[in-house]
Design a binder for this molecule. Structure first.
Ligand code: ADP
Ligand code: MG
Length: 691
């Protein structure tokens, strides 16, 4: 079958699969399954092993396996309640007896016949010599076995779609396409990395006859998925080489500005700025990521790039994930540039509609040279007169797509900043389209934050410590527990904690409160009061997690620290240790679980984000690699960045070779791969400016 025909086959509606009608199709849509192609790439999340077979005497509690049994009794019925009918039978082999139980399955009475032999598969309950199987599936022992053997796929489901049904239509769909799929990976690549063929892989990922087969299928599919993304990103980067950028001139005024700063730039800051300057004064568009641990001083580097842009007569956008951060950057940049004739404007979601129109008009007419704002900037159609630079701070809150949206307007230089320290292998797949600069040095005189994990018994001492800190003229944060999925409950909890402290243990101190449910004006006032020192203790939810900079605050207390991941704890702790004073972080941990204990240990032992991320990867955490989930990665259909690290490394080796030897453009056997790549990226990353 040729490619075009096959494509149309895969794009056929699932209703062309046997047993899929209109009603079921609608339910499948909810799982993101619209076409045959969607269905066969809807991969199992797990497998049930029905290949194991045991004798009764070998059965252990909680086993899941098949047993061949002769039914020794009639099926009896028991009705303990209305709507509950329990069918039971006793069966056995030459080594022992098993009680079989089914709930509400009325047909059992006719199907299970005394003195006949069946294979039963199900979960075993064993209490001493009493053995029971509940709701086992069964087949007559001498028939062809389908249900009680083999490895059965287990899919994520939705209402109205059962496991059995999904398995059946998956089978039907595969019967349509298997054998007809064309291989896109060149033989050379498949040989080098031992990758299974595509028809085999798709068949066996759903219906393997052994786990070894499943693994081979999986490896190939994971490899392909990661390869496409990685190659795509690298291609994008290569394309950017040919995108001519806005060529700027070096400005001596920037150097004067640097020499007038209240501090001396670190060597790392200087190096990173010179990399930026080289990009921006060069021929091509800059696409650069600055990676630097919390507190390493990324903001000032961005300000230098912004200044260079403005001095060249262009506008610069500084985009941040929260309003608090936008306001803070605005407040700190304003005085730095007050002697320059530059207009700076703040544009966030809370600006009134009328004002927003005015600001947008001003941006369009080049009245503003620096625009600081939140996502609002992205969501609305802001026209720029002369956009020269887009900086996105704390990139882990923005996705690949979001960052591409602004870039597509013209082709401004792009600078992305992140504090998430991730190993190179991962940053390549997360940011493969960007050049990377690393600020690997903290400003001098920074003392590591002393961190302690404590339990309830220390509470009074912690309050004393807060009072002492305040008496010495410093300030403190108290971070409230994370409440998943509910900003409201979280806000309430924070408010009640603040009240309790005001009237109780911290009476007499000036206590402020900030949370996500507050109106922007209130938030702004509280944050201003805190940075001016009018508030001594700030009770807060994680709204202060990113970027907030109040150097006089040198104590952070985190309630229910066990609810936070390491990435988040590290970010939070980054709010202190920003000034000359010795800073402290106290983690209240109520959990005695292994993982919580280990996390606390890591936090108390290490201050370096890279180190913590490494440790985090060793721990695995709940499936989240040091905040990778927050990166706005495309959802992988099958790959899992943690588990598949080894495959990812192979993929990167393959990519290097493909690009270095220009195989996509030169080689006939890579043609299919290239076409596939173009198709995929046109579709998925169409916002990215390639022209
Ligand atoms: P982050 O990298 O986390 O965004 P910031 O840019 O907010 O860090 O900087 C943290 C603090 O360090 C700020 O108060 C900033 O003024 C200060 N700072 C930045 N660079 C230096 C430096 N070279 N020497 C001393 N202090 C610095
Ligand atoms: Mg920052």
């Amino acid at each position: 079958m040729n490619d075009a025909k096959l494509n149309s086959l895969l794009n056929n509606s699932i209703q062309s699969v046997q047993q899929v009608g209109k009603a079921r199709a609608q339910k499948l849509n909810k799982l993101g399954i619209k076409t045959i192609g969607d269905l066969i790439t809807y991969y199992p999340r797990d497998y049930e092993d029905r290949t194991r077979e045991k004798k009764v005497s070998e059965l252990a509690d909680r086993d899941e396996c098949a047993v061949i049994l002769k039914v020794l009794s009639d099926v009896t019925l028991n009705r303990p309640r209305r709507n509950l009918r329990i069918y039971k039978a006793v069966a056995g082999d030459d080594s022992g007896l098993v009680t079989l139980t089914w709930f509400n399955q009325d047909y059992i009475r006719d199907k299970i016949v005394k003195n006949k032999t069946y294979v039963f598969f199900g979960k075993v309950k064993r209490l001493g010599s009493y053995i029971e199987m509940t709701n086992p599936v069964y087949e007559e022992a001498h028939s062809e076995r389908k249900k009680t053997t083999g490895i059965q796929p287990v899919y994520p489901l939705t209402a109205g779609i059962t496991q059995t049904y999904l398995r059946m239509i998956q089978r039907n769909a595969l019967d349509i396409v298997t054998g007809k799929l064309t291989e896109i990976l060149p033989d050379e690549l498949r040989k080098q990395f031992s990758l299974a063929e595509i028809n085999f892989s798709l068949e066996k990922i759903h219906f393997p006859t052994s786990f070894e087969e499943k693994e081979r299928a999986r490896k190939r599919l994971v490899f392909e998925e990661l390869l496409m993304l990685q190659l795509g990103l690298l291609q994008l980067k290569n394309n950017q080489v040919t995108v001519s950028g806005i060529k700027m001139e070096e400005k001596p005024l920037v150097n004067r500005f640097i020499s007038q700063l209240p501090f001396k730039l670190t060597k790392a800051q200087q190096r990173v700025y010179s990399e930026i300057e080289k990009d921006m004064t060069g021929e091509k568009q800059m696409n650069r990521l600055i990676q630097g641990d919390v507190g390493s001083g990324k903001t000032i580097v961005a300000v230098l790039a912004i200044l260079l842009t403005v001095l060249n007569g262009y506008q610069a956008v500084f985009m941040v994930p929260t309003e608090i951060l936008a306001e803070q950057h605005y407040q700190s940049i304003l005085p730095l540039l007050e002697n320059y004739d530059i207009n700076i404007v703040l544009l966030t979601g809370s600006v009134s509609k009328k004002e927003k129109e005015k600001i947008k008009e001003g941006i369009k007419n080049n009245e503003y040279q620096i625009i600081i704002g939140t996502h609002a900037l992205l969501q609305e159609d802001v026209d720029f007169a002369r956009l020269g630079l887009v900086v996105t701070d704390e990139q882990h809150r923005f996705g690949v797509k979001q960052r591409a949206i602004l870039a597509s307007r013209s082709n401004p230089h792009i600078l992305v900043m992140t504090a998430t320290p991730i190993p190179r292998t991962l940053s390549l797949i997360l940011y493969g389209d960007l050049d990377i600069s690393i600020i690997d040095e903290l400003p001098p005189e920074r003392k590591p934050v002393k961190t302690y994990a404590v339990d309830e018994s220390m509470r009074n001492r912690v309050y004393k410590f807060i009072k002492k800190t305040v008496q010495e003229g410093r300030q403190a944060y108290i971070i409230c527990p994370l409440v998943e999925e509910s900003d409201e409950i979280e806000a309430e909890a924070a408010a009640s904690l603040a009240n309790k402290l005001k009237e109780g243990d911290l009476r007499g101190l000036s206590i402020g409160l900030v949370h996500g449910k507050m109106k922007w004006k209130e938030k702004e006032k509280v944050m201003n009061d805190f940075s001016k020192g009018n508030i001594q203790v700030l009770v807060s939810t994680t709204v202060v997690e990113v970027g907030v900079n109040v150097p006089n605050a040198c104590l952070m207390v985190v309630e229910n620290a066990e609810r936070f991941g390491l990435a988040q704890l590290h970010q939070l702790r980054g709010r202190v240790g920003r000034g000359r004073h010795q800073s402290y972080c106290i983690l209240f941990c109520q959990s005695k679980s292994d993982i919580a204990r280990k996390r606390m240990e890591i936090m108390t032992k290490y201050n370096d984000g890279f180190k913590i991320s490494e440790k985090d990867m060793e721990l695995r955490g709940p499936g989240d690699i040091f905040g990778v989930r927050q990166h706005g990665l495309p959802d992988f259909k099958i790959a899992n960045l943690y588990e598949d690290m080894e495959i990812l490394k192979e993929v990167q080796k393959a990519c290097e070779d493909i690009i270095k030897n220009q195989k996509l453009s030169d080689r006939e056997d890579y043609k299919r791969l290239k076409e596939h790549l173009l198709l995929m990226f046109e579709d998925k990353l169409s916002e990215v400016a390639l022209n």
